[in-house]
Design a protein around this ligand. Structure first.
Ligand code: SPD
Length: 350
């Protein structure tokens, strides 16, 4: 196909030096499922315009929900977004398909530190989407003396007047790590006594919580409905834009670094379109649009020049040098350890 015969948007993309093989005008459909409020609707329209593929977007609230959806089968989704900590689980369950890297020339755009990742070293199943941290936010206007210490203590042991004004994320994945950091337990522990210590900490916190909920964190904090929320840094950034008294905490005991990823489910119906989408998302200006919307960083070289400067000015996104040693990447734990934390979560939530 010559460039002349291509629609204008494709022609412009090709002239901008994009790989034609991956940008070929297609007429298919793509069913994309992503975390809620994590993908700009206008970017999906741009994808449709650039590729001619009709795209739909569904939302879910956690890796656990996505796991249940994929296990139910049915080929409903062509691209999904699991987090680093769940890749091994999805792969072991046979829920993801191996990527055909010949369809993904834009893998070359990955920043060096994202080229080999512990959970999928050869990008056999995933390519990075956005990454960030899971800390917590509080309203300094409500904190005693306007400030809390940079620790998980105020979150797990909030002052009495914060009762009913604190929210935790509704996922063992997000709650287990900080609880182990604060309890001084290895997150991959296989020891039931240590797991009990973590459970006790969360049981003590539970009556002080308004709820466990991973959706609507921005709105809840921005509206002042609650005063403290376990939160991802991008969500904090968006809430802070509406309520300046919010503070994002890098707890001294450690804060979890997460990488969310694009992957193609085993039973995807539109694999060709899924590959086109993955490759398209690794173009700097496209992933930058996702970063600018959701307010998280990404893994693509050259995306910075398309990203809003204010993102880099926010210490919650651009971790200050003196806090870098607090960032804890995800650890691959044994099945025994994962079973233990699942048991703790079930006991906590009953
Ligand atoms: N609004 C959606 C944000 C998605 C963040 N994913 C982080 C997962 C960490 N376990």
């Amino acid at each position: 196909m010559t460039i002349r015969r291509l629609p204008l948007a494709i022609k412009a993309a090709a002239l901008a030096g994009l790989t034609l093989a991956s940008q070929a005008h297609a007429e298919g459909t793509l069913h994309f499922a992503n975390w809620s409020d994590y993908f700009p609707p206008e970017l999906l329209k741009k994808f449709e315009k650039d590729t001619g593929i009709h795209a739909t977007l569904d939302a879910y609230d956690s890796n656990e929900t996505l796991l249940a959806k994929l296990k139910a089968g049915g080929g409903a989704y062509d691209v999904v977004v699991p987090s680093d900590s769940f890749i091994e689980i999805f792969v072991k369950e046979g829920l993801l398909q191996k990527l055909d890297k010949s369809q993904l020339p834009n893998l070359a755009n990955l920043k060096d530190k994202f080229k080999t990742l512990s959970y999928d070293p050869g990008h056999d199943y995933t390519v990075p989407y956005l990454w960030g941290t899971t800390g917590y936010t509080y309203d300094s206007a409500k904190a005693p003396g306007g400030k809390f210490e940079e620790s998980w203590k105020p979150f797990f042991e909030p002052p009495e007047d914060f009762k009913g004004k604190v929210v935790a994320l509704n996922s063992v994945d997000d709650m287990w790590a900080p609880a182990t950091y604060y309890a001084g337990v290895d997150e991959c522990t296989e020891d039931p006594k240590e797991a009990q210590k973590v459970l006790d900490l969360m049981l003590k916190q539970k009556p002080l919580l308004a709820m466990y909920n991973s959706d609507g964190t921005i709105e809840r904090m921005a509206a002042g409905e609650v005063w403290m929320h376990q939160q991802w840094n991008g969500a904090y950034h968006r809430a802070h834009a509406q309520r300046a008294s919010l503070v994002y905490v890098y707890p001294k005991e450690g804060i979890r670094l997460f990488i969310d990823n694009l992957a193609i489910p085993k039973d995807a119906t539109n694999v060709k379109e899924a590959n086109i989408f993955l490759n398209w998302m690794m173009q700097p200006e496209n992933i930058a649009a996702a970063s600018n919307f959701a307010k998280y960083n990404n893994a693509i070289t050259g995306s910075e020049k398309f990203m809003d400067k204010e993102l880099f000015d926010d210490p919650a996104i651009n971790t200050p040098a003196d806090k870098l040693d607090r960032l804890k990447p995800f650890k691959l734990c044994s099945p025994k350890s994962l079973a233990l934390r699942a048991k703790v979560w079930t006991k906590l939530k009953k």
